[in-house]
Design a protein around this ligand. Structure first.
Ligand code: FAD
Ligand code: NAD
Length: 477
């Protein structure tokens, strides 16, 4: 790695909040020699979320999709500092971020402030529960590594408890009923992975309970995967039927208790019916809501008062109504879906923008210094210096001509179990929809190529081979 460089007071300080898709894409492409860079996040790693559903069953080990942020910071030139902390508030007038250490081990300083010249907010989003009673207390989410580990442990806990001596039949049925709420890609991919786990491994290793295992997916809308084309929605629903994953659409969960989910089904005749789903494991995947930091920032900036889903940004990702603040990813509202694809393109765009801003400053300084030479210094080669100024001005015009952010949708991909995937891929000027085993190989290679580091890529391949040859590890940690 390049030598560690102290912060340079003559350079501007960029503070980047978060170590997710948006922030890390920015950091990777940013010419960090031009700035003092400070990265702040409660997570000292980047998480490759597309393979997170595979971690819930041990198909992929969690460390294979985590990339330490310090490895990335140390590979960069210039002053790049990381603080493992959570930003609790931003003072947009004073240009400071208040941060606090919320880890288990704390030193004498728990809370402090970091000043910025430029701030990038890439803190992502939280799990939405819509205030439905019992959700937070009783369900597992699927957003972070800890969530996937908790699910993996709970699946095996349900299996082992169901296989316990003298367990009543009704209790075995409840424990082995795995309920997923939310038919977006997170819920669908998780349900598929879960079914694979049972068919490939648990059925062989714990045969006495194998026939009692059930997966149910509950979705409030009339179909699952609303962002996919109709043909792929139908393909997913028919594949789930073959896999015996029960889909309950037009079913809105209203309440959750420790052993059952209460939902309301909208029937064709317009009436509603209350249904109870007893469960052993409940995974809640109903999308995103605002983080408190983002909500507070929106409340403190008058121009954000009409925004609901996050920080409203302009076409250069500048937070509307704020000075020197940009936002990327799930916490920003730029008119796109909250996906890794969007967040990473936004991060890359900001890196280009900031690299250009630094280059602009450099060229302006150069033009100014050349011009003063021209006017003040005796014996200057006037034609040569004038030519240099002209060249610099031409470069400056080119550098200053930054086009606004433009998102290029490369397509949507989702794994649906039984080594099948669905893909809606942008193809020349049209769209190409496909589903099946070939698409699954495409899904695997696409995600493998997207994994940021070679180390992680090798670990993921190793996990795939290992679970294919030896089966998943069903020990409960
Ligand atoms: P995140 O990646 O969530 O990162 C947010 C960062 O901010 C984290 O490091 C967090 O620790 C940090 N943070 C939180 N609070 C604070 C704070 N107060 N101060 C400082 N830092 C903070 N999208 C796709 O395009 N394709 C997929 O296949 C896909 N699969 C997915 C699978 C799953 C299971 C999930 C949950 C999501 C998936 N997504 C996928 C969506 C994608 O992960 C998100 O859109 C993406 O992570 C958003 O990036 P982000 O940088 O905005 O936020
Ligand atoms: P989502 O917002 O896409 O889907 C949530 C679903 O939950 C919705 O269909 C909604 O109707 C349903 N829902 C909400 N409340 C409900 C209730 N009370 N009862 C029953 N159903 C209810 O959420 P997600 O799947 O977590 O995805 C979040 C974002 O991450 C999306 O932008 C998605 O595209 C992206 N993502 C992409 C992939 C992929 O590309 N493979 C995978 C995971 C996530």
């Amino acid at each position: 790695p390049p030598p560690q460089v102290p912060q340079d007071p003559s350079k501007k300080t960029i503070v980047i909040l978060g170590t997710g898709w948006g922030s890390v894409s920015l950091l990777k492409k940013l010419d960090t020699e031009n700035y003092n860079v400070i990265v702040i996040s409660p997570r000292n790693y980047f998480l490759f979320t597309p393979l997170l559903p595979s971690c819930t069953t041990g198909q992929i080990e969690h460390r294979s999709i985590m990339e330490p942020i310090r490895t990335i910071c140390r590979s960069k030139k210039g002053a790049v500092t990381f603080y493992e902390a959570e930003a609790s508030s931003v003072d947009v007038e004073k240009k400071v971020v208040k941060i606090h250490d919320n880890s288990d081990i704390r030193g004498a300083t728990i809370e402090t402030e970091v000043a910025y010249d430029m701030l990038v907010v890439g803190v992502g989003a939280e799990n939405a529960t819509f205030g439905i009673p019992g959700v937070r207390e009783n369900s597992c989410f699927l957003k972070e590594i800890g969530d996937a580990q908790q699910i993996r442990k709970k699946i095996m806990d349900c299996v082992e408890t169901a296989a316990f001596k003298d367990q009543p039949a009704s209790e075995i049925d409840r424990l082995l009923h795995m309920v997923v709420v939310g038919g977006g890609p997170t819920g669908v991919e998780f349900a598929g992975e879960l079914r694979d786990f049972f068919e490939d491994d648990i059925r062989k290793l714990v045969p006495e309970i194998a026939d009692r295992f059930r997966v149910t997916l509950i979705e409030a809308l009339p179909n699952v995967l609303p962002m996919f084309s109709k043909q792929l929605i139908e393909y997913t629903e028919s594949t789930f039927k073959e896999e015996e994953i029960a889909i309950h659409t037009k079913t809105m969960v209203k309440k959750v208790t420790d052993k059952a989910v209460e939902a309301e089904v909208s029937k064709a005749d317009g009436t509603k019916e209350r249904v109870i789903f007893p469960y052993g494991l409940l995974v809640w995947a109903t999308g995103n809501t605002l983080r408190p930091l983002v909500r507070d920032m929106m409340a403190s900036i008058p121009a954000q008062k009409d925004s609901r889903r996050g920080l409203a940004v302009n076409e250069y990702l500048v937070v509307q109504g704020a000075r020197d603040i940009w936002a990327v990813g799930d916490c920003a509202v730029a008119g796109y879906a909250p996906t890794a694809q969007v967040a990473s393109q936004e991060g890359n765009f900001l890196a280009r923008l900031f690299n250009n801003m630094a280059r602009t400053q450099e060229l302006e300084d150069r033009i100014q210094s050349l011009s003063s030479n021209l006017n003040l210094k005796p014996g200057v080669d006037v034609p040569a210096v004038s030519k240099e100024i002209e060249d610099a001005e031409r470069q400056l015009r080119r550098v200053k001509d930054i086009k606004p952010f433009h998102y290029t949708h490369q397509g949507s991909l989702a794994y649906i179990g039984s080594e099948k995937a669905v893909a809606d891929v942008a193809w020349f000027n049209g769209n190409f929809a496909s589903g099946g085993t070939m698409t699954y190989f495409f899904w695997r290679s696409a995600y493998l190529s997207m994994v940021f580091s070679t180390r992680n890529r090798l670990l993921v391949i190793n996990d795939w081979v290992k679970s294919k040859v030896f089966g998943r590890d069903i020990s409960r940690e």
